[in-house]
Design a protein around this ligand. Structure first.
Ligand code: PMP
Length: 432
């Protein structure tokens, strides 16, 4: 065990996840690559868990932050006018597609979801909430309440009454053999039944990830969210789209993940990549909803000038370089390449994704059962090949990847090559 790992184990809680048999320390980064303490370079297909949306050491972001630092003001207080906040809120409100939108900034996705849940429950005067099976929304009391992924869920004393809906869990459920259309019918009937029998109908909101991140990039079939939205609208229930992983063009086809489903949500929450490494999160929602709290509130560091400088520069970069189109193009190289090769690897249960958000699911080739062991081997093998990936899925048997949106065509081919070589090696090992 390295000295740093031993010290980490001594002072950091044991539930903080660390990847790899020998965890790595990232000491520098440039473009879409990072270097560890031993001098090994990796193509970053996890981009620090989607934090580095446009890669590392980006001049535009560095200069924007340096400019702010040179003013002498790292932060004052959010009780004063903050130009960067107003500018960023204007951009996000415009991009959201939500009418008369306003924005509240936080420091993380957890806080963003906590805020959205507070707004919805307050506006509807109820503690009843709907969420999706296999979801992950954060680790505070409210956010854990709406998380159903068992790996990440503590037995919290939930402040909310939460009912979990079917959606992205089709392939793991007893509904797996249904067509998408029939599955959607079952899901909607289930929602109606639940509202009629398990709630007093005054439900505040449904919170959902358009593509479940921690869940292993699992997706609800096209049409499901639109069908849910119809029922929610009948009952006046808000739709909160958690865009922490799916926002800013990552899915290629649309700027926010939920727009792939033709649904305009009442609120969206965001975080992670927007600051390209600097802490920023927030909620965008119709103004009347964001104005619904009657008590004064602020976040001391939410929307601070440094994070705003970084986030404004990052968002401008994404728009100026049309990185949404780049995500569609480079993502297709990788997803298409993996799908084309899938038949060669019996350990591969599924290839899925949209744009630069894609995953491979691993199975025991003999039984077809989810195999976290094979996924762990794939993690080690891709690392050996010089590529960082993430682990996820209900059974820990999925490699999920979300490279920076700045990924080049050459890097897409390079990453695909590393993934295919790792599949080759591990598949051969398993079939011996
Ligand atoms: N929502 C989703 C969809 C997430 O993936 C995450 C983080 N993995 C969160 C919320 C929580 O964000 P944070 O870790 O910034 O609190």
């Amino acid at each position: 065990m390295s000295d740093l790992l031993a010290r980490h184990r001594a002072v950091i809680p044991n539930w903080v996840a660390l990847y790899y048999n020998e965890p790595i320390e990232i000491v520098s980064g440039k473009g879409n690559r990072v270097v560890d303490a031993e001098g090994r370079t990796y193509l970053d297909f996890f981009a620090g868990i989607l934090t580095n949306m446009i890669g590392y050491d980006v001049a535009e972001v560095r200069e924007a932050v340096e400019r702010q630092l040179r003013t002498g003001v790292v932060h004052t207080s959010t009780v004063y006018l903050l130009r960067g906040q107003v500018e960023l809120a204007e951009k996000i409100a415009r991009l959201s597609g939500i009418e008369d939108a306003k924005v509240f900034f936080t420091n993380s996705g957890t806080e963003a979801n906590e805020t959205a849940l507070l707004l919805a429950t307050y506006a509807r005067k109820t503690d009843q909430v709907l969420a999706m099976r296999q979801s992950y929304h954060g680790r505070s009391f409210g956010a854990i309440s709406v998380t159903s992924n068992r790996t990440w869920k503590n037995n919290s004393l939930s402040p909310l009454q939460v009912h979990f809906l079917h959606g992205a869990d089709k392939h793991l459920s007893r509904f797996r053999d249904l067509s998408d259309a029939d599955y959607i019918k079952v899901c909607v009937e289930d929602l109606r039944h639940l509202l009629a029998t398990a709630t007093s109908k005054d439900v505040a909101a449904l919170i959902a990830e358009p593509i479940q991140g921690v869940g292993g990039f699992t997706m609800a079939p096209d049409g499901l969210f639109a069908a849910y939205k119809e029922v929610l609208d009948e009952e006046g229930i808000y739709f909160i789209s958690d865009e922490v992983q799916t926002g800013w063009g990552r899915t290629g086809q649309s700027f926010f993940g939920i727009q792939n489903h033709g649904v305009t949500p009442d609120m969206m929450t965001f975080a992670k990549g927007l600051g390209n490494g600097f802490a920023v999160g927030g909620v965008v929602a119709r103004g009347e909803l964001l104005d619904a709290l009657h008590a004064v509130g602020l976040s001391t560091f939410g929307g601070n000038p440094i994070s705003m400088a970084a986030a404004n520069a990052t968002l401008d970069y994404v728009l100026d370089h049309d990185l949404q189109a780049n995500a569609a193009k480079t993502g297709e190289i990788i997803i298409g390449g993996l799908k084309a090769a899938a038949g060669r690897f019996p350990i591969l249960a599924d290839v899925r994704g949209k744009g630069l958000m894609f995953a491979i699911e691993l199975q025991d080739p003999a039984t077809g059962e989810p195999s976290p062991q094979i996924a762990a081997r794939m993690m080690e093998e891709t690392k050996k090949g010089g590529l960082l990936a993430g682990k996820g899925g209900l059974y820990g048997n999925t490699l999920r990847m979300a490279p920076p949106l700045t990924l080049t065509v050459e890097e897409a081919h390079e990453g695909l090559g590393i993934l295919l070589a790792a599949l080759e090696t591990v598949n051969e090992e398993v079939s011996k």
